[in-house]
Design a protein around this ligand. Structure first.
Ligand SMILES: Nc1nc2c(ncn2[C@@H]2O[C@H](COP(=O)(O)OP(=O)(O)OP(=O)(O)O)[C@@H](O)[C@H]2O)c(=O)[nH]1
Length: 522
């Protein structure tokens, strides 16, 4: 086998050995790519779903707060602009006051969300006042307990409004006698001026809406575990904080440090940039909506406060969802990767086997099984090519024909194994003697053909002699009398052909054999 062929075979083998690895790694890489695509899609979907959910939640809560305040405004308008209120304040009907108080009590006990319900006259003196009891019933205060509130901002602001307009105080803590009421009592005061038919101010209707009712709504918000909900006033103070001890910093000096705007100036600027939106910071995602704490547009609202509903998804929660996804996909990888490695390996091995089988078949189709030399078909193709080269460059081309003598007799007398040894001996002698550029083939039972490019007939005959000698020496080693006959021919001109050259060499070999037979007695 030539060095070149040997290198080719080694390269093929190396390639074959790598195939199972390549297929296994290829499939694992494919799995990694698929899982990466799945991760990206799932991750984006989680982000989008979360954004949609949070936006919807914030919008829904804003709507609920607006509906709640609208219902409170409707209650205020209902008793304040009733004929009973007019008759009471204008002193038209002495029994009207009693009916009005009874109506106000009904409203208070039905809704259970009012700390106080009052009617003040035009001078700010309480005419009717109901306080909510601990059991949520309403107590009508006696005449002696009624106070003058003319100096309070809510009376002044409300009495200055046009007819039927509504005033909403800021959302803050109720104060009694200049002190913050304890336990803390968050309230929103809704007030509306009461005018006579002629447009004269008769008094003010007033409701103290309990902020705790808003908190109940906020508590019902369906937030994902770990998400944080804040309600902020327009100065960034917490009206609602998951940690309630941070609320009301603008009213309680000891809590004045707790302010979202101060703690998160970057987030606060972004919140102020638009009414509703979202943004992401290192601390997590934020979804917000800033709106007026006011009833729906059906009411004429003159003064109200802007508040911000803010939902914060901490980065820890975001990372957790990504982490869970990663862990899930890692598990899928750990389950599938060994299966794919196994399948890739099997595929590579079976492809190797198939390739080896094919190359063995291809080799066998062109080679002799006993000697490993080429067969007739292969050497004739080779000779055809050499003949074409001879036509072109006219360099001498010779053919040697060898026939082993007395093979039949060896077979018959000593057995086929000895006969085979004889054939293999002839092949070995040929291969040991010819040049690398020569080609030899076994073309029949005991016949061999040798193609000798760039070799004259004399050179070919000398080569045959050397083969004959070497073959005989092999025989002597086993005390056998091995001999062979040979004949050579040289390509002559452009009319000459491979077949003709082989036939001439065969004829020469035959003559040689005849001559041998006459001189050497078997
Ligand atoms: N052991 C063995 N014998 C083979 C093989 N191929 C062919 N033969 C036998 O070789 C013998 C060849 O017979 P012949 O053509 O008469 O050749 P020979 O006996 O060498 O006689 P000459 O060629 O005339 O010298 C036949 O009996 C074949 O069966 C083989 O691969 N191994």
């Amino acid at each position: 086998m030539s060095e070149k062929t040997k290198t080719g075979v080694v390269a093929n083998e190396l390639r074959s050995n790598k195939k199972p690895w390549i297929y296994s790694l290829g499939l694992v890489l494919f799995l990694l790519c698929v899982l990466t695509v799945i991760y990206n899609n799932a991750h984006n979907k989680i982000i989008n779903d979360r954004a949609t959910k949070q936006f919807n939640e914030v919008a829904e809560m804003r709507q609920k707060i607006s509906e709640e305040i609208s219902a409170v405004a409707a209650d205020l308008v209902y008793f304040s602009h009733s004929s009973l209120a007019l008759e009471t304040l204008a002193h038209l009907d002495p029994s009207a006051k009693e009916y009005l108080a009874s109506l106000m009590r009904k409203i208070g006990e039905l809704k259970k969300s009012f700390d106080q319900i009052r009617v003040l006259d035009a001078k700010g003196k309480e005419v009717i006042r109901l306080n909510q009891r601990a059991d949520q019933t309403m107590a009508i205060l006696a005449e002696t307990e009624l106070q003058n509130k003319s100096d309070r901002y809510y009376f002044k602001d409300a009495s200055a409004l046009p007819p039927e307009h509504i005033y909403l105080s800021r959302f803050d803590l109720n104060q009694e006698n200049g002190q913050v009421q304890l336990p803390l009592n968050p309230v929103i005061r809704l007030a509306t001026p009461i005018h006579s038919a002629a447009g004269q101010l008769l008094g003010v209707g007033l409701l103290n809406y309990r902020g705790n009712r808003l908190y109940e709504l906020l508590n019902k918000m369906s937030v994902h575990e770990g998400d944080l909900v804040y309600l902020l006033n327009d100065a960034g103070y917490y009206l609602w904080h998951p940690n309630h001890s941070k609320e009301w910093g603008f009213m309680l000096p000891e809590r004045s440090a707790f302010n979202f705007a101060k703690d998160n100036p970057q987030a606060w600027n972004l919140i102020h940039a638009e009414e509703t939106g979202s943004f992401s910071l290192a601390s997590g995602e934020y979804y917000f909506s800033t709106f007026e704490l006011a009833p729906s547009a059906d009411f004429k609202v003159t003064i109200s406060e802007k508040i911000t509903l803010l939902m914060h998804v901490p980065s820890r929660i975001i990372d957790e969802s990504s982490h869970l996804l990663l862990v899930g996909l890692a598990l899928v990888f750990l389950v599938l990767a060994p299966i794919l490695v196994f399948l890739g390996w099997k595929l590579g091995v079976s492809q190797n086997r198939q390739a080896q089988l094919l190359s063995k078949l291809a080799f066998e189709a062109r080679h002799d099984a006993l000697t490993g030399l080429e067969n007739r078909k292969a050497i004739m193709e080779h000779l055809e090519r050499e003949v074409l080269r001879f036509y072109r460059n006219k360099k001498p081309l010779s053919v040697g024909f060898i026939d082993v003598n007395y093979l039949k007799r060896v077979n018959d007398r000593l057995g086929h194994e000895q006969g085979d040894e004889m054939i293999k001996g002839a092949a070995k002698a040929i291969l040991d003697v010819i040049r690398c550029s020569d080609n030899a083939a076994r073309i029949g039972g005991d016949e061999f053909l040798i193609v000798l490019p760039e070799c004259s007939i004399d050179g070919a005959n000398q080569t045959m002699q050397r083969i004959e000698k070497m073959f005989a020496s092999f025989g002597r080693r086993i005390n056998a009398d091995w001999s062979l006959s040979y004949g050579c021919s040289q390509l002559e001109n452009d009319d000459d052909s491979a077949e003709k050259a082989v036939a001439r060499a065969d004829a020469k070999m035959y003559q040689f054999k005849q001559a041998q037979r006459q001189t050497v007695k078997p």
